[in-house]
Design a protein. Structure first.
Length: 358
Protein backbone atom coordinates (compact mmCIF):
# COMPACT_ATOMS: atom_id res chain seq x y z
CA UNK A 1 0.00 0.00 0.00
CA UNK A 2 2.66 2.48 0.99
CA UNK A 3 4.79 1.68 -2.04
CA UNK A 4 1.85 2.35 -4.36
CA UNK A 5 1.11 5.62 -2.57
CA UNK A 6 4.72 6.73 -2.85
CA UNK A 7 4.73 5.92 -6.58
CA UNK A 8 1.59 7.99 -7.11
CA UNK A 9 3.11 10.91 -5.20
CA UNK A 10 6.32 10.74 -7.20
CA UNK A 11 4.28 10.82 -10.40
CA UNK A 12 2.26 13.80 -9.12
CA UNK A 13 5.44 15.66 -8.13
CA UNK A 14 7.04 15.00 -11.51
CA UNK A 15 4.12 16.28 -13.56
CA UNK A 16 3.21 18.99 -11.05
CA UNK A 17 6.67 20.56 -10.88
CA UNK A 18 5.94 23.31 -13.47
CA UNK A 19 2.96 24.47 -11.36
CA UNK A 20 4.81 24.54 -8.02
CA UNK A 21 6.03 28.17 -8.34
CA UNK A 22 2.46 29.38 -8.93
CA UNK A 23 1.12 27.46 -5.93
CA UNK A 24 3.99 28.72 -3.77
CA UNK A 25 3.26 32.30 -4.83
CA UNK A 26 -0.45 31.92 -4.00
CA UNK A 27 0.29 30.49 -0.56
CA UNK A 28 2.80 33.27 0.20
CA UNK A 29 0.28 35.86 -1.04
CA UNK A 30 -2.41 34.39 1.22
CA UNK A 31 -0.08 34.52 4.22
CA UNK A 32 0.78 38.14 3.42
CA UNK A 33 -2.91 39.10 3.29
CA UNK A 34 -3.31 37.89 6.87
CA UNK A 35 -0.05 39.54 7.94
CA UNK A 36 -1.19 42.92 6.56
CA UNK A 37 -4.65 42.60 8.11
CA UNK A 38 -6.49 42.47 4.78
CA UNK A 39 -7.73 39.02 5.75
CA UNK A 40 -8.78 39.24 9.38
CA UNK A 41 -7.45 36.96 12.09
CA UNK A 42 -9.88 36.44 14.94
CA UNK A 43 -8.52 36.28 18.48
CA UNK A 44 -9.68 34.41 21.56
CA UNK A 45 -8.98 35.56 25.10
CA UNK A 46 -7.02 32.46 26.17
CA UNK A 47 -3.55 31.36 24.98
CA UNK A 48 -3.63 29.45 21.68
CA UNK A 49 -0.83 26.99 20.85
CA UNK A 50 -0.59 25.69 17.29
CA UNK A 51 1.14 22.41 16.43
CA UNK A 52 1.69 22.09 12.70
CA UNK A 53 4.09 21.18 9.95
CA UNK A 54 5.30 22.30 6.55
CA UNK A 55 5.20 18.93 4.82
CA UNK A 56 2.45 16.63 3.65
CA UNK A 57 1.97 13.56 5.78
CA UNK A 58 2.83 12.72 9.35
CA UNK A 59 5.61 14.32 11.36
CA UNK A 60 4.41 13.30 14.83
CA UNK A 61 1.88 16.06 15.47
CA UNK A 62 -0.45 13.85 17.53
CA UNK A 63 2.24 12.70 20.00
CA UNK A 64 3.36 16.33 20.35
CA UNK A 65 -0.20 17.52 21.02
CA UNK A 66 -0.49 14.77 23.63
CA UNK A 67 2.81 15.82 25.23
CA UNK A 68 1.84 19.51 25.39
CA UNK A 69 -1.62 18.78 26.79
CA UNK A 70 -0.08 16.63 29.54
CA UNK A 71 2.51 19.31 30.29
CA UNK A 72 -0.12 22.04 30.58
CA UNK A 73 -2.29 19.86 32.81
CA UNK A 74 0.67 19.23 35.13
CA UNK A 75 1.08 23.01 35.41
CA UNK A 76 -2.56 23.39 36.51
CA UNK A 77 -3.89 24.57 33.16
CA UNK A 78 -7.21 23.45 31.66
CA UNK A 79 -6.44 22.85 27.97
CA UNK A 80 -8.69 21.70 25.15
CA UNK A 81 -7.58 20.24 21.82
CA UNK A 82 -9.09 21.55 18.58
CA UNK A 83 -8.79 19.34 15.50
CA UNK A 84 -10.19 19.29 11.98
CA UNK A 85 -11.36 15.71 12.54
CA UNK A 86 -9.76 14.48 9.32
CA UNK A 87 -11.78 11.61 7.75
CA UNK A 88 -14.29 11.67 10.61
CA UNK A 89 -17.97 11.36 9.66
CA UNK A 90 -19.07 14.02 12.17
CA UNK A 91 -19.32 17.20 10.11
CA UNK A 92 -21.19 19.62 12.36
CA UNK A 93 -19.63 22.99 13.15
CA UNK A 94 -18.85 21.69 16.66
CA UNK A 95 -18.25 17.98 17.34
CA UNK A 96 -17.41 17.17 20.96
CA UNK A 97 -15.24 14.06 20.87
CA UNK A 98 -14.73 14.18 24.64
CA UNK A 99 -15.63 16.58 27.39
CA UNK A 100 -14.14 16.70 30.88
CA UNK A 101 -15.62 13.33 31.86
CA UNK A 102 -16.74 11.21 28.88
CA UNK A 103 -15.76 10.12 25.37
CA UNK A 104 -18.75 10.91 23.16
CA UNK A 105 -17.62 10.02 19.62
CA UNK A 106 -15.81 6.97 18.24
CA UNK A 107 -12.99 6.85 15.70
CA UNK A 108 -15.36 6.60 12.73
CA UNK A 109 -17.22 9.73 13.83
CA UNK A 110 -14.31 11.78 15.16
CA UNK A 111 -11.37 10.57 13.07
CA UNK A 112 -8.63 8.31 14.38
CA UNK A 113 -6.31 10.95 15.84
CA UNK A 114 -8.92 12.95 17.82
CA UNK A 115 -10.33 9.69 19.19
CA UNK A 116 -6.86 8.52 20.23
CA UNK A 117 -6.19 11.83 21.99
CA UNK A 118 -9.54 11.60 23.78
CA UNK A 119 -8.71 8.10 25.01
CA UNK A 120 -5.20 9.00 26.16
CA UNK A 121 -6.11 12.32 27.81
CA UNK A 122 -9.02 11.82 30.20
CA UNK A 123 -10.28 15.14 31.52
CA UNK A 124 -8.99 17.13 28.54
CA UNK A 125 -11.71 18.04 26.00
CA UNK A 126 -11.17 17.19 22.33
CA UNK A 127 -13.35 18.99 19.77
CA UNK A 128 -13.43 18.78 15.98
CA UNK A 129 -14.72 21.28 13.43
CA UNK A 130 -13.45 23.20 10.41
CA UNK A 131 -13.47 26.64 12.04
CA UNK A 132 -11.16 26.68 15.05
CA UNK A 133 -12.52 30.02 16.29
CA UNK A 134 -15.98 28.44 16.55
CA UNK A 135 -14.78 25.31 18.34
CA UNK A 136 -12.44 27.37 20.54
CA UNK A 137 -15.27 29.74 21.50
CA UNK A 138 -17.38 26.72 22.50
CA UNK A 139 -14.55 25.18 24.54
CA UNK A 140 -14.07 28.40 26.51
CA UNK A 141 -17.73 29.21 27.07
CA UNK A 142 -19.14 25.72 27.63
CA UNK A 143 -16.23 23.69 29.01
CA UNK A 144 -14.32 26.32 30.98
CA UNK A 145 -10.90 25.75 29.41
CA UNK A 146 -8.09 28.29 29.72
CA UNK A 147 -5.72 27.15 26.94
CA UNK A 148 -6.30 25.88 23.40
CA UNK A 149 -4.09 23.53 21.37
CA UNK A 150 -4.59 23.49 17.59
CA UNK A 151 -3.78 20.09 16.10
CA UNK A 152 -2.40 20.67 12.58
CA UNK A 153 -2.87 24.42 12.83
CA UNK A 154 0.05 26.03 10.99
CA UNK A 155 -1.93 26.70 7.81
CA UNK A 156 -5.12 27.68 9.69
CA UNK A 157 -4.45 31.42 9.68
CA UNK A 158 -7.99 32.58 10.45
CA UNK A 159 -7.38 32.13 14.21
CA UNK A 160 -4.60 34.13 15.84
CA UNK A 161 -2.20 32.00 17.85
CA UNK A 162 0.20 32.92 20.64
CA UNK A 163 2.68 30.11 20.04
CA UNK A 164 3.28 28.54 16.63
CA UNK A 165 5.31 25.31 16.73
CA UNK A 166 6.42 23.76 13.44
CA UNK A 167 7.36 20.10 13.52
CA UNK A 168 9.78 18.28 11.22
CA UNK A 169 10.46 14.55 11.09
CA UNK A 170 13.94 13.13 10.57
CA UNK A 171 12.26 10.71 8.18
CA UNK A 172 11.57 13.45 5.60
CA UNK A 173 12.82 16.84 6.90
CA UNK A 174 12.02 19.01 3.82
CA UNK A 175 11.23 16.17 1.42
CA UNK A 176 12.36 17.11 -2.07
CA UNK A 177 12.32 20.80 -1.11
CA UNK A 178 9.61 21.77 -3.60
CA UNK A 179 6.13 23.18 -2.99
CA UNK A 180 2.96 21.36 -4.04
CA UNK A 181 2.18 20.00 -6.56
CA UNK A 182 5.86 19.55 -7.36
CA UNK A 183 6.87 18.38 -3.90
CA UNK A 184 6.01 17.73 -0.26
CA UNK A 185 5.85 21.33 0.99
CA UNK A 186 2.44 22.80 1.81
CA UNK A 187 3.93 26.30 1.73
CA UNK A 188 7.25 27.86 0.69
CA UNK A 189 10.08 28.01 3.23
CA UNK A 190 9.40 31.72 3.75
CA UNK A 191 6.26 30.75 5.70
CA UNK A 192 8.50 29.60 8.55
CA UNK A 193 8.90 33.22 9.59
CA UNK A 194 5.46 32.86 11.22
CA UNK A 195 6.76 30.16 13.57
CA UNK A 196 7.97 30.80 17.10
CA UNK A 197 10.01 27.58 17.37
CA UNK A 198 10.94 24.45 15.44
CA UNK A 199 10.87 20.85 16.64
CA UNK A 200 12.58 17.88 14.99
CA UNK A 201 11.05 14.56 15.97
CA UNK A 202 12.41 11.04 15.86
CA UNK A 203 16.07 11.91 16.34
CA UNK A 204 18.53 9.18 17.31
CA UNK A 205 22.25 8.53 17.14
CA UNK A 206 22.07 7.16 13.59
CA UNK A 207 20.56 10.44 12.36
CA UNK A 208 22.95 12.83 14.12
CA UNK A 209 24.79 14.03 11.02
CA UNK A 210 21.66 14.69 8.98
CA UNK A 211 19.87 16.34 11.89
CA UNK A 212 22.80 18.59 12.79
CA UNK A 213 23.05 19.71 9.16
CA UNK A 214 19.34 20.52 9.10
CA UNK A 215 19.54 22.38 12.42
CA UNK A 216 22.36 24.49 10.99
CA UNK A 217 20.27 25.19 7.91
CA UNK A 218 17.24 26.32 9.95
CA UNK A 219 19.50 28.34 12.23
CA UNK A 220 21.00 30.18 9.28
CA UNK A 221 17.51 31.11 8.00
CA UNK A 222 15.98 32.05 11.36
CA UNK A 223 18.73 32.48 13.97
CA UNK A 224 16.32 34.04 16.49
CA UNK A 225 14.01 30.99 16.65
CA UNK A 226 14.77 28.13 19.08
CA UNK A 227 15.11 24.58 17.74
CA UNK A 228 14.28 21.53 19.87
CA UNK A 229 14.73 17.83 19.21
CA UNK A 230 12.80 14.89 20.61
CA UNK A 231 12.83 11.11 20.43
CA UNK A 232 10.14 8.47 20.41
CA UNK A 233 10.21 5.85 23.11
CA UNK A 234 7.78 3.05 23.97
CA UNK A 235 5.57 3.50 26.99
CA UNK A 236 5.92 1.14 29.95
CA UNK A 237 3.07 -1.19 28.97
CA UNK A 238 1.51 -2.42 25.74
CA UNK A 239 -2.25 -2.63 25.22
CA UNK A 240 -3.68 -6.09 24.51
CA UNK A 241 -7.06 -7.30 23.27
CA UNK A 242 -7.44 -11.03 23.82
CA UNK A 243 -10.49 -13.28 24.30
CA UNK A 244 -12.80 -10.29 24.56
CA UNK A 245 -10.78 -8.61 27.31
CA UNK A 246 -8.73 -5.41 27.24
CA UNK A 247 -5.63 -5.47 29.41
CA UNK A 248 -1.94 -4.59 29.31
CA UNK A 249 1.24 -6.58 28.85
CA UNK A 250 4.83 -5.67 29.66
CA UNK A 251 7.41 -5.28 26.87
CA UNK A 252 9.37 -8.17 28.38
CA UNK A 253 6.37 -10.50 28.07
CA UNK A 254 5.46 -9.17 24.62
CA UNK A 255 8.97 -9.99 23.41
CA UNK A 256 8.38 -13.65 24.25
CA UNK A 257 5.57 -13.89 21.70
CA UNK A 258 5.96 -14.12 17.91
CA UNK A 259 3.91 -11.27 16.43
CA UNK A 260 2.86 -10.10 12.97
CA UNK A 261 3.05 -6.30 12.66
CA UNK A 262 0.93 -3.91 10.65
CA UNK A 263 -0.03 -0.22 10.61
CA UNK A 264 -1.73 2.51 8.61
CA UNK A 265 0.33 5.58 9.45
CA UNK A 266 2.45 8.07 7.52
CA UNK A 267 5.79 6.64 8.69
CA UNK A 268 5.37 2.85 8.89
CA UNK A 269 9.11 2.19 8.79
CA UNK A 270 9.55 4.26 11.96
CA UNK A 271 7.00 2.10 13.79
CA UNK A 272 8.65 -1.10 12.54
CA UNK A 273 12.02 0.19 13.72
CA UNK A 274 10.57 0.96 17.16
CA UNK A 275 9.19 -2.58 17.38
CA UNK A 276 12.59 -4.03 16.51
CA UNK A 277 14.40 -1.79 19.01
CA UNK A 278 11.91 -2.87 21.68
CA UNK A 279 12.82 -6.49 20.96
CA UNK A 280 9.51 -7.60 19.44
CA UNK A 281 9.91 -10.80 17.39
CA UNK A 282 8.25 -10.01 14.07
CA UNK A 283 7.23 -12.81 11.71
CA UNK A 284 6.11 -10.29 9.08
CA UNK A 285 4.95 -6.72 8.60
CA UNK A 286 2.26 -5.12 6.42
CA UNK A 287 1.59 -1.44 5.75
CA UNK A 288 -1.57 0.41 4.79
CA UNK A 289 -2.10 4.01 3.74
CA UNK A 290 -2.24 6.68 6.46
CA UNK A 291 -5.71 6.93 8.08
CA UNK A 292 -6.69 3.61 6.48
CA UNK A 293 -10.24 2.47 7.26
CA UNK A 294 -10.05 -1.23 8.07
CA UNK A 295 -12.57 -3.63 6.59
CA UNK A 296 -13.53 -7.15 7.64
CA UNK A 297 -11.58 -8.40 4.62
CA UNK A 298 -8.45 -6.55 5.80
CA UNK A 299 -8.69 -8.17 9.21
CA UNK A 300 -9.24 -11.67 7.83
CA UNK A 301 -6.27 -11.22 5.49
CA UNK A 302 -4.06 -10.09 8.38
CA UNK A 303 -5.16 -13.04 10.51
CA UNK A 304 -4.43 -15.44 7.65
CA UNK A 305 -0.96 -13.99 7.00
CA UNK A 306 -0.12 -13.89 10.71
CA UNK A 307 -1.05 -17.51 11.32
CA UNK A 308 0.71 -18.64 8.14
CA UNK A 309 3.89 -16.85 9.29
CA UNK A 310 3.83 -18.63 12.64
CA UNK A 311 2.76 -15.62 14.68
CA UNK A 312 0.79 -15.99 17.91
CA UNK A 313 -0.70 -12.52 17.68
CA UNK A 314 -0.85 -9.20 15.83
CA UNK A 315 0.75 -5.91 16.84
CA UNK A 316 -0.06 -2.40 15.62
CA UNK A 317 -0.10 1.25 16.68
CA UNK A 318 -2.48 2.94 19.10
CA UNK A 319 -3.79 5.04 16.22
CA UNK A 320 -4.79 1.89 14.36
CA UNK A 321 -6.17 0.22 17.48
CA UNK A 322 -8.84 2.89 18.04
CA UNK A 323 -10.31 1.97 14.64
CA UNK A 324 -10.12 -1.78 15.25
CA UNK A 325 -11.27 -2.16 18.84
CA UNK A 326 -14.98 -2.53 18.05
CA UNK A 327 -14.66 -4.70 14.93
CA UNK A 328 -11.73 -6.99 15.74
CA UNK A 329 -12.53 -10.71 16.29
CA UNK A 330 -11.16 -11.44 19.73
CA UNK A 331 -9.97 -15.03 19.30
CA UNK A 332 -6.45 -14.00 18.19
CA UNK A 333 -4.47 -11.59 20.43
CA UNK A 334 -4.03 -8.01 19.15
CA UNK A 335 -1.40 -5.80 20.79
CA UNK A 336 -0.66 -2.10 20.39
CA UNK A 337 2.64 -0.44 21.25
CA UNK A 338 2.08 3.06 22.67
CA UNK A 339 4.91 5.52 22.07
CA UNK A 340 5.62 8.88 23.65
CA UNK A 341 7.89 11.82 22.94
CA UNK A 342 10.91 12.53 25.08
CA UNK A 343 12.27 16.11 25.31
CA UNK A 344 14.88 17.56 27.57
CA UNK A 345 13.71 20.11 30.12
CA UNK A 346 14.55 23.06 27.86
CA UNK A 347 11.41 22.59 25.77
CA UNK A 348 9.17 22.32 28.83
CA UNK A 349 10.67 25.49 30.26
CA UNK A 350 10.31 27.34 26.95
CA UNK A 351 6.64 26.45 26.53
CA UNK A 352 5.58 27.08 30.13
CA UNK A 353 7.43 30.41 30.27
CA UNK A 354 5.99 31.52 26.93
CA UNK A 355 2.42 30.78 28.04
CA UNK A 356 2.98 32.49 31.39
CA UNK A 357 3.94 35.73 29.60
CA UNK A 358 0.73 35.92 27.57
Amino acid sequence: MTGKTDTRLERLFFFGRPFAPLYGFLMAYRSNLYHRGICKQRKLEVPVISVGNLLLGGTGKTPLVHYIANLLQRHHKKPAILSRGYKGSATAAINVVSNSTDILLNATEAGDEPCLLAEKLPGIPVITGKKRFTTGRFAIDSLGVDTLILDDGFQHLALKRDLDLVLFSTRKLLGNGRVLPGGDLREPLSSLKRAHAFIISGTDASEDGKVNEFISFLGSLYPEKPIFTCTYEPEKMLVRISNGKNDTISPADACKVALYGFCGIAGPESFKKTLEITGIKLTGFQTFADHHVYSAENIQSLLHKAKKSGADGLITTEKDLVKLRNIYPFGFPLLALPVQLRFDENFDRFLVNHIAQI
